[in-house]
Every structure is written in C-alpha cells, then in structure tokens.
Ligand binder design. Sequence first.
Ligand code: GSH
Length: 217
Amino acid sequence: MPQPMTLVIGNYNYSSWSLRAWITLRKTGAGFEVIRLPMDTSEFHERIGEYSPTRRVPVLIEGDLVIWDSLAISEFLAERFPMARLWPEDVAQRAVARSIAAEMHSGLTAMREEFPMNCRARDRHFEPSQRAGEDLARVEQWLQTCRQLVPGSGPLFGHYTITDGMLIPVLLRFNTYCLAKTRLTQEYLDWVLRDADVMEWMEHAAKEIEVIEHDER
Ligand SMILES: N[C@@H](CCC(=O)N[C@@H](CS)C(=O)NCC(=O)O)C(=O)O
C-alpha cells in the first residue's frame, strides 16, 4: 500500500529542478504535501539536511523512502503510476524521450547559468554567449525531432511525459528572456503557458516575496 508522499522543493520562482519533480507528480493525479524551503536562506541551510543527503531540492519522501533527484523522482513516478503514462508507449519514441530528458538533466549548463529560471520576470533581453546560444539551439532541435516523430503543438509525445516536465522550466526561460526563435518553439511555449499545473506553479511564484539576487540578471 503506497504511503503519503511529501515533496520538498525550493522557491517556486527560481527552483527549476523542483518544478520538474512537482509537475510530474501533479500529472500522476496523486495527492502529496509540499514542504517549501526558500533557497539561499538560513532556514534552507538549517532544514535541508533533515530531508536531503545532497542538501539539494527536490526530494520526494514516501514513508522511509527518500528520492533526492528530479530525474530519479520522475522515473519512480513512472513506475509507481503506470496509468499516468509518463513515458511514450512506443519503444523508439520512449528512447528519444529519454535521450532528451537525460541530455537536459546532465547538460545545457551555459544556458542554465546565463538564463536562470525566474518565473515572475518578463521582457529581459540578453545576448547569449556562444555556448549558451548552442544550448538554446539544441532545445529547438529537440522540438523539431519530436514534432517529426509525433506531429502536434502540445505535449511532445501526444500526452504529457517526463520529457515535457524536463523542458517546461526551459520554456519558462524562453518566456522570461524572449528567446523563442521558431514557430515550433512559440507554439510549444503557448501550450506550456496554458497548462493548468504550470499556471498554478506560476501563481505560487508570483506570490513569493524572496529575491535571489544572483538569479536576477
Ligand atoms: N541533479 C539535481 C539538481 C538539484 C539542484 O541543483 N537543486 C537546486 C535548486 S534548483 C538546489 O537545491 N540548490 C540549493 C543549493 O545548492 O543550496 C536534480 O535533478 O534534482
């Protein structure tokens, strides 16, 4: 019998890895509690050790089980909630979906550093460095690859998958920093911004009062 789940997250406004775990958990339809620890505060540093062996968020707790990484949490949820279809059913599509999720999880570091997720912020314009520009182009290539496999403009594989969860925080950066260059990207961004769970996350972000200076460029 599954036990109640608790997700420990950082700031709604800034914590992109928290959003990835949170939104995939929402898509399972399961109930869960949220513990929010505002990052870069003494509260975070005092309390995070109670939950996370890496002192990072997100962390999913189910009874004695502690899962301390967004991709591991997502994979756990895919196994725990098969009816949520968190990966594509087709084996080839699933392999591509996993490749993109893994590449996102382990890479795109220049884009992540230069364009921090900042859900509230709008109309920020910065020229990307060459490396960040390559990361941004990579995102657009992923979208092209997915749309060739499964035509559409909403979720990448026809229904929500973990790959969408991995990309949603990137698309929110496209929104903040006006980075969408192609029609495919703009259409996908439009879908992201209309998603009810994304809207709920953004509402939480809008209500937060903490400001993390190094994420406000
Ligand atoms: N690979 C980890 C990355 C987690 C991560 O870097 N989390 C950031 C917030 S988005 C964090 O906890 N930062 C707080 C700190 O480093 O003090 C995952 O996928 O969950």
